[in-house]
Design a binder for this molecule. Sequence first.
Ligand SMILES: [Zn+2]
Length: 56
Amino acid sequence: MEYKAYMCVVCGWIYEEEKGVPEEGIEPGTRWEDIPDTFVCPECGAEKDDFEMIEI
Ligand SMILES: [Zn+2]
């Protein structure tokens, strides 16, 4: 299984599907598309639309 990563274009915070964000209730391995649209960047509050896929 291949995991992707998504970066907040506003502040540079990175979401890695492999790691999730346990402190935000997002389990490791959660696909980006499975994260609710209400998700916002933990660092700056940017919305999902402000993230873009990156290579890691
Ligand atoms: Zn951000």
